[in-house]
Design a binder for this molecule. Structure first.
Ligand code: CUA
Length: 239
């Protein structure tokens, strides 16, 4: 019994540790931060369970390797209760931790409403065979082809849509992914934390030039963004 109690206690300790642990690495966006933190938490739980199961397996194989005949297991109610509770705790932890991330507006944005009080940047990402037209609907709807520029530390909304077939809007490093559907618009939200250029891809097979449907997301400082915005507006008004 001491062994099962010890196993249960170490499992509980691991779950508690996973709840308070936070990875130190800087994250590119609010979305990738949430996803990577969840991944880390689940790993903290999964590794000890893997080690425990493998240890029991190897121990059993070695201990009973010379047994002639398999003996029936004796009923052990306390052991059964222990593993039922332990499993329930693990599943509850995975469920609660995952739901917390899934329900966050930076991972699953509900509907197409945009809260304009947060001073957000709105970008319409329109896919076509085979490329992207990025628009800034709140800034006169100028287009920048397959390049998006956004400021860091400000909410950004991407309204993803398609002119023809189903495409996919995917920026792995920023944790963003949304199918681009014809005759529909789906909004996703994030806050970029790190300046830099991030590669975007089309992730639905959409025809011969699918593999060339790249785009970029450039995250810049607020001042640089304002300068770039003024330049774009001037260019579009002089045309
Ligand atoms: Cu567009 Cu694949």
């Amino acid at each position: 019994m001491r062994k099962t109690r010890f196993a249960l206690a170490s499992l509980l300790a691991t779950v508690a540790m996973a709840l308070v642990a936070t990875p130190v690495a800087a994250q590119a966006s609010a979305t990738s931060e949430l996803i990577n933190q969840l991944n880390g938490k689940l790993l903290y739980v999964a590794i000890p369970i893997t080690v425990l199961v493998e240890a029991i397996l190897i121990y059993t194989v070695i201990k009973y390797r010379n047994s002639e005949r398999a003996l029936p297991t004796k009923e052990n109610r306390r052991l059964e209760i222990t593993w039922t509770i332990a499993t329930a705790i693990v599943l509850l932890f995975v469920g609660v931790a995952s739901y917390g991330v899934l329900a966050d507006e930076n991972v699953t944005h509900q509907g197409n409403d945009i809260d304009m009080n947060d001073d957000p940047v709105v970008v319409t990402a329109e896919a076509y065979q085979w490329g992207w037209n990025m628009y800034y609907p709140e800034e006169g709807n100028f287009t920048t082809g397959n390049k998006i520029v956004v400021p860091k530390d400000r909410p950004v909304y991407f309204q993803v849509t398609s002119q023809d077939v189903i495409h996919g809007f995917h920026v792995p490093k920023l944790g963003l992914k949304q199918d681009a559907m014809p005759r529909a618009t789906d909004t996703i939200k994030t806050v970029a934390y790190e300046e830099g250029t991030y590669q975007g891809y089309c992730t639905e097979y959409c025809g011969v030039a699918h593999s060339q449907m790249y785009f970029t997301v450039e995250v810049v400082s607020q001042d640089e963004y304002q300068d770039w915005l003024d330049e774009q507006k001037q260019q579009s008004s002089s045309q």
